[in-house]
Design a protein around this ligand. Sequence first.
Ligand code: HSE
Length: 314
Amino acid sequence: MVRAYAPASTGNVSLGFDLLGAALKPIDGSLLGDEVEVYASEQFDIEVKGHFAHKLPSDPKQNILYHCHQHFVSKLSERQKGLVPCAMVLYKNLPIGSGLGSSASSVVAALHGLNSFYGDPFNADEMLLMMGELEGQISGSVHYDNVAPCYLGGLVLMAEQAQRIAIQLPVFEEWYWVVCYSGIKVSTSEARKILPQQVSLKNTLTFGRQLGVFVHALHTGDRQLAASVMHDVIAEPYRKALLPGFDEARQFAGDNQALAFGISGSGPTVFAVCDNLESAQRINQWLSEHYIQNNDGFSHICQLDPQGSTATRV
Ligand code: HSE
């Protein structure tokens, strides 16, 4: 049997809409990501367990794992005949519609688990292409900013070239990323629909400048410069209306030495970047008390997960 784990991720990182993403790992050692087991079985089957299992459709054909399996097996059948049949278990640990790359985590854990189970027939770029396609089926558009960091780990820039889907960037290891999920659901496709289809020339220039400066700052180790350009001119002005308490949370984070603050993916999770643990703890505490709306919500102090998804034979 193979057991795969795929971490939560934050898409956009404010300044890189659809182009930047990072894998997350709570500093207290808790797991924040979905797990998938793949085992040999005469008959294909999907079992769903875990904290958020009850939020998934009960029909297995509507489960993303079903589509992952179909897609993977049809691709692999083009190369290999007589595949050993398998069955899968999904541990749905991440909330759906949270902005933490929940669907990407299931897709990456499923495909990584299947690839390992069948002896790693596909390379990293082939895997990423498949992951992007599957993620696109769920969210309504192909974007790699969750699947790529979830699979590769760290902070990732989407290159979307035929032979190079994604590029891992240098990171500041001492940065803390406080991520708080409010507990409400925001659908990515809905959160994309509210964005204007045209971006002003002013914002286009800001977007390009920020992304260029940020990548340069990462490569030269200039923390202050990197933090100074982490602003969202594309999505936050529109999406924050979907997030009760967003402005207050941003204000508190800013008043408490956060280097940056923004929406994680399409929300409702927000993130604050800090370069010292005390600020991160203060912001984590405040968000837990004020930004969370119901019992599904949570807040974690994270660092970037350098490893990404893993698959282990057990
Ligand atoms: N880049 C995507 C978006 C991420 O903002 O719509 C979704 O998690």
